[in-house]
Design a protein around this ligand. Sequence first.
Ligand code: GNR
Ligand code: NI
Length: 178
Amino acid sequence: MTVRDILILPDKRLRLESKPVAKIDAAVRQLVEDMFETMYEAPGIGLAAIQIGEPKRIVTMDLAKKDEPRAPQVFINPELVSTSCDKNTHEEGCLSIPEYYEEVERPARVKVRYIDLDGQPHETEAEGLLATCLQHEIDHLNGVLFIDHISKLKRDRVIKKFAKAAKLGKQPGNRAAE
Ligand code: GNR
Ligand code: NI
């Protein structure tokens, strides 16, 4: 179990299309463990494998509240089967774009197909935070970030801020770096 480094904007690997998992072997189980360790330590409620530099279609998630016991969930090769016409707006953040939050409108409900760590297929309907988070994570597997769903003005502003910080070898959000 290892806490791994999280890729930060403008790391180009965040734009890669992740590859489906063909076989759930020891390496995949190890990667999932690392993803949970990294996600809990960050802390975040979801993580896509590419965020730790592994372009594989694997998502970890835990939507339990702070006072609740952990509720780890793993989605392998998740696919959006269908999305509702009605939308929902939720404030989103991303561990790869630290300390930037913005409202994002997405379908309110989604049907998702995936396989679990035992290789068993599932299809589930999600709404609320789970629907938002699943869409956010599946986007990562396709090289899409939540800032791609906000206005171009806001997106360009945040990309510029992170590009500048990277050039200075610093992280925006860290006030000393600004
Ligand atoms: O920790 C996270 N919080 C969050 C809040 C609203 C919508 C999506 C998310 S996912 C994010 C962790 C992350 O970057 N996952 O890719
Ligand atoms: Ni994210």
